[in-house]
Design a protein around this ligand. Structure first.
Ligand code: CA
Ligand code: CA
Length: 509
């Protein structure tokens, strides 16, 4: 009987909006990306290990495409929607990271074969996981035949010395790596063809373009439309290694769908990787990003990667009271704040690691299942409450170490609160900020905050965080009318069942 009533009520409840529904158009900020360094992830095929040497962290370790395919279910179960792989093309010896291309049209034998890559993409798509490939167009490996065959395809050999001189950053060599002369039209065509080839051949969903600020903007103005002309839905994520939001904005405007948000990264590192940081920093980062960049919502956020010390190690250096707790808080901010979250392999099991190669140790899948569960919860929170994906952000209450933010889309409002301090703290969110007669329902751990006079009191323990969905505390009048209108029907059903029971009772006696 009770189930019958629920079935009757369900379409009604849905139609009057008691359950959250959202329909905001969004792009890749709806993705939750997992970043894989192929050589350091999973050894799925020992026969391609070649000279891999587990004792030398600067040598190949044996990870490969078959290993990634094997772990797709793991990635899916963690709650991610896309993967980004470090470059997989044939590399110069010891190019385990893939950034020293020797052949743009062949897979490095340590990683596997073209067929294995096609299988990876197919299996990822079966699981609704998108695949983004790393591509380097600034430079290639010194052994690439083009270096000798086409000397006019490269800038004059001189290493970048002054990193503040943009002409030098764009036109000089990054260490000993031959720098493409992208002013040469043949070079542009060659690189556009490479990009289109791998999409046509394998069906990948996008590229993460390496060292973007080392390539003149004129190249991107040609490259991006040329690739998008063939593949309009292709996702292009540019790596711009710069903490200045004005510089990030320049590249956003060139047509990348997303650009790495180093200003967000530095904000997190400065305030979360220590004791008693300021959660309000997330407001400053967002305001700076949005002031300069109309595409700020689509920036790619991260708390560490293969070029940076791992977050938990930064927290140790920063003197945090509990490094793992700080990692949880940083991950929470990554998922709650505007921008597409990217998690670097190993961060979900709290792997430590300093500078390269310390930050590139072989993935340890069984290191920390509690942290994995936490990342699953964060992925679910963002998935279930789309305001976390596309909602605009507003600071609604703050004190020294704690802050409460609102994220809002048309028909959904969520809050998130972070306490970076070492004391339990209560913040009063004024009712004028989020409306009267609401209740805040906790998403990470259960908590219901009701209106108290002219405010809502949000309390957090030291070093903790929570997300909240903002809901009406009472059923609104529309719901009452709707429920009222089905009351006679319910009464009839109850009467009917009751009578049948009486009849049955009579029959059995
Ligand atoms: Ca292998
Ligand atoms: Ca260059």
């Amino acid at each position: 009987m009770r189930r019958g009533v629920m079935l009757l009520l369900l379409p009604l409840l849905l139609s009057i909006g008691i359950f959250p529904q959202t329909s905001e158009a969004a792009g890749w900020e709806k993705e939750r990306m997992y970043f894989i360094m192929v050589d350091r992830f999973e050894n799925g095929d020992k026969s391609n290990d070649l000279e891999a040497n587990p004792d030398d962290p600067k040598a190949f370790q044996g990870g490969d495409l078959a290993g990634v395919t094997k772990r797709l279910d793991y990635i899916k179960d963690q709650g991610f929607t896309s993967i980004w792989l470090t470059p997989i093309f044939k590399n110069r010896p010891n190019g385990y990271h893939g950034y020293w291309t020797d052949d743009y049209y062949e897979i490095d034998p340590h990683f596997g074969t073209k067929e294995e890559f096609k299988t990876l993409v197919k299996e990822a798509h079966k699981r609704d996981l998108k695949v983004v490939l790393d591509l380097v167009v600034n430079h290639l490996g010194p052994n690439h035949p083009l270096v000798k065959e086409k000397p006019d395809w490269f800038h004059k050999e001189q290493t970048i010395m002054n990193w503040n001189n943009q002409a030098e950053v764009e036109n000089n060599w990054l260490f000993d790596l031959p720098d493409f002369n992208t002013e040469n039209k043949e070079v542009v065509k060659y690189l556009v063809d490479v990009a289109n080839y791998w999409v046509d051949e394998t069906g990948i969903d996008g590229y993460r373009l390496d060292t973007v600020r080392h390539v003149p903007p004129a190249f991107w103005k040609t490259f991006i439309p040329a690739v998008k002309k063939e593949h309009p839905d292709l996702f292009l994520l540019g790596e711009v290694f710069d903490g200045d939001p004005r510089k990030i904005a320049i590249y956003s405007k060139l047509g990348f769908d997303s650009v790495t948000n180093f200003p967000f990264y530095y904000g997190i590192k400065d305030q979360f990787a220590r004791k008693n940081g300021s959660a309000e920093e997330l407001d400053s980062v967002y305001n700076r990003d949005t002031t300069f960049n109309p595409k700020a919502m689509s920036l790619a956020n991260f708390i560490d990667n293969h070029d940076l010390k791992r977050f938990i190690t930064e927290a140790k250096i920063g003197g945090a009271a509990d490094e793992e707790r700080q990692l949880r808080l940083a991950l929470f901010a990554l998922y709650a704040a505007p921008g597409m979250p990217i998690v670097y392999q190993g961060t979900e099991v709290a792997m430590p690691g300093g500078e390269d190669p310390g930050n590139r140790m072989m993935m340890e899948f069984d290191k920390n299942d509690k942290m994995q569960e936490y990342v699953q919860t964060l992925n679910k929170m963002r998935k279930n409450y789309p305001a976390f994906e596309t909602g605009k952000q507003r600071l609604v209450a703050k004190t020294d170490h704690m802050a409460v933010f609102e994220r809002k889309v048309k028909d959904q409002s969520v809050l998130y609160a972070i306490n970076l301090g070492e004391k339990k703290t209560t913040l009063r969110v004024k009712a004028s900020e989020i409306g009267d007669d609401q209740r805040l329902r906790g998403l990470l751990f259960s908590d219901v905050v009701r209106q108290d006079g002219d405010a809502y009191e949000v309390t957090l323990d030291a070093g903790s965080a929570n997300g909240y969905v903002v809901e009406h505390s009472q059923v609104n009048w529309m719901s009452l009318v709707a429920i009222g209108s089905i009351a006679p029907i319910l009464a009839l059903i109850i009467l009917f069942v009751h009578r049948r029971r009486i009849n049955r009772t009579k029959e059995t006696h």
